[in-house]
Design a protein around this ligand. Sequence first.
Ligand code: 0RA
Length: 404
Amino acid sequence: MNAKAEESYTAKEIQVLEGLEAVRRRPAMYIGSTGPSGLHHLVYEIVDNSIDEVLAGVAKNIDVTIRKDNSVSVLDDGRGIPVDPVTDVKDPKIKGKSALEVVLTVLHAGGKFEKKAYKVSGGLHGVGVSVVNALSEWLEAESYRDGKIYRQRYVRGKPTGEVETVGKTQDRGTRVTFLPDAEIFKESIGVSFDILSKRLRELAFLNAGTRITLIDEREDRKHIFLYEGGIVEFVRFLNANKTPIHTDPIYIHKEKDDLQLELALQYNDGFDENTYAFVNNIHTVDGGTHLTGFRSALTRVVNDYVKRYELLKGKEIGIQGDDVREGMSAVLSVKIMHPQFEGQTKGKLGNSEVEGIVKSIVGDTLSTFFEEHPQTASSVAAKAITAAEAREAARKARDLTRRK
Ligand code: 0RA
C-alpha cells in the first residue's frame, strides 16, 4: 500500500482493508481451523485454482513441491494470472492495479476476473488465493504469460513491492509459493506428504488426463498421478485388493439441467459398500442429495431388471437398497452451479433439486447400460438376489431362535 492510497480512504477501501485483516484475525472463519486441517487447506486452495485452469481446458500439469523450509510451491501450466491493470471497477483502491496484485490481496477478487463454469462455493472451499496470502509469512506469485515472467512478493498478505518483470519464458502458467505463518498455525507449519498425496491422487482421478506431481524435498519423496481413465480407474483402484465380479466398471457420463454427472461402479465378491461421492471435486464425506438420488435409482434399476427377466423365479423376496450395495465400489462425481454444503464439516450436499436430477439420469442411463451389458447386469442382479436371500434367511433364523 502506498502513502497516497493511505491518505484517501473511502468506505469501500476500508471494507477491503478490513477484509484482509479479518482473515488474520479470524482464520478459522475462512479455512475451518488453524490446526493441520486448515494448514492443508491452504495448499488445496491454490491447487483448486490450478484445477480450475484444467476445467477451463487450458492446463494439463500441476506440480506441488514441499520445500525444506516447509514452504509449498504450486505450479500449473494454465493461462497464468493476468497482470494487466484492472480498469472495469470503480473502487479506487483496486482500479489501475495489476490483476495479479488484486487476485492476491483482495478478498473474493477471483470472481471478478473469470467466469467459472462450476464455481465451488459454500463452506470452506473457494475462499480465494488472497486468504492463503493473508495467512502466509511470505508468498511469491509468478505468472508466465506473453513471453514474460512476472513476479510479486508479499509478507503476511501485503505486497513488498510492485509486480516486476523478472525474465522471459516460452511457458504459460502460474507458480504460487508460500510459507504458512507460524503466528497463525501455532501447532505446526509442516504439511504432510501423505495427506497431500491422498487428496492429489483423488484430484487426478477426478480430472482425467491431468498430471499431478507431488515432491517432498524434506525427505526426497515423489508421487506422480496421471489417470487417463479418470474415475473408472478410481473404482479399479478401490477394488485393487479385491476380486471384481465383472471386468469392466460400469461408467456413466451425462449432463442435464446444468448438472454434470459421472458415475463409475464395480462390484467385488465381498460384502462392503465403498462409495465416494464428490461435488465440484469436493469429497462429500456425509453424502447428501446426490448420493440419495444415486442410491434410490440403483435400487430401482436392479429391481426392474430382476422383475423384467424373472430372476426371482417366484421367490417371495424384496431386494432392498442394502442388498444392491453389497460388494459395490462406486465413485459418483457431480458438478453443479451453486452447491450448498451443509453440516458441521460442510461434508453434505443440501441442494434438494439435485436428488431428482441424479435419480433420473442414473435411472435412465443405468437401465440402458444393463440392457446393453447383460453379462454385467446379470452378475449384479444375481449378487443382489443372494444378498436379499441371505438377509431373509438370517431374519428367519432370528425369528426361530426367539420362538424357542
Ligand atoms: C484470474 C483470472 C484468470 C486466471 C487466474 C486468475 C488464475 C489463478 C490461478 C491461481 C493458480 N493458478 C492460477 N491460474 C490462473 C483468467 C485468465 C485469462 O482469462 O487469461
